[in-house]
Design a binder for this molecule. Structure first.
Ligand code: ADP
Ligand code: MG
Length: 227
């Protein structure tokens, strides 16, 4: 089967001359369908840069990247954003929900951009909210939900898109320990149902839930451990 993520000798260089920074420096790695991977590393080790490349938010300086079989390096900006919208579900530290919009409308929004018809959109959004345990909160606005519930809405929003890859950047960074556990349970559930997850984190508690931990150091893969 085609891997979800296939990075071959990926390098990202910022600046030039004496200001040159090799934020990612020759990374080769593959994430297969159904994996649950944590990417760890000290601040400045290149996690965000690598994740931006994996999420097709940015392109590498050199190397080859295939996302769900599509060679991302060959795409222009429009094609890149299409691939991103179709194949990647993002979960951010700050939830990124639209205020004063109900949970169900938040989940529906990217489906609307994708052109999914209204009734199907609503059905998929309600299904996704049900699967994250928020069937009784569908008409609450973000400020009427706890942090953990808001992040679960964000997970539902990603799930409703049926992405090839769920990409989470410090998803529990703004959460207390109880909400952290809630969101981690949910990621495990997504994994158990066959989803592919990559989560950036510096928290051991988060990495402990993953089945594979990749550690970056100075833009390189320092270790890659499966359990
Ligand atoms: P992490 O997410 O692990 O903290 P980053 O990927 O943000 O690491 O950064 C890796 C390195 O690249 C750091 O040295 C950082 O200063 C540098 N860097 C990141 N983004 C830029 C940028 N837009 N311009 C210049 N340097 C950058
Ligand atoms: Mg970062």
């Amino acid at each position: 089967m085609t891997p979800v993520v296939e990075l071959v000798d990926i390098t990202k260089v910022y600046g030039s001359g004496v200001n040159e920074v090799r934020a990612v420096d020759g990374v080769t790695l593959t994430i297969e369908r159904g994996e649950f991977v944590a990417v760890m590393g000290a601040s400045g080790s290149g996690k965000s840069t690598l994740m931006n490349i994996i999420g097709a938010l940015d392109v590498a300086t050199s190397g080859t990247y295939r996302l769900d079989g599509v060679d991302v390096g060959e795409l222009d900006d429009d094609a890149l954003s299409l691939v991103r919208n179709r194949r990647v579900g993002f979960i951010f530290q700050s939830f990124n929900l639209i205020p004063r919009m109900s949970a169900v409308s938040n989940v529906e929004l990217p489906l609307m951009y994708r052109g999914v018809p209204r009734t199907e959109r609503r059905r998929r959004a309600l299904d996704a909210l049900g699967s994250v345990g928020l069937a009784d909160r569908t008409h609450h606005q973000p400020n009427e939900l706890s942090g953990g519930q808001q992040q679960r809405v964000a997970v539902a929003r990603a799930l409703a898109m049926q992405p090839a890859l769920m990409l989470a950047d410090e998803p529990t960074g703004n959460l207390d320990s109880r909400s952290t556990a809630e969101v981690l349970d949910l990621l495990e559930q997504v994994h158990a149902e066959g989803g592919t997850i990559a989560v950036i984190t510096h928290e051991d508690e988060v990495a402990a839930r993953a089945r594979r931990v990749i550690t970056l150091r100075d833009g390189r893969v320092e270790s890659d451990v499966r359990r």
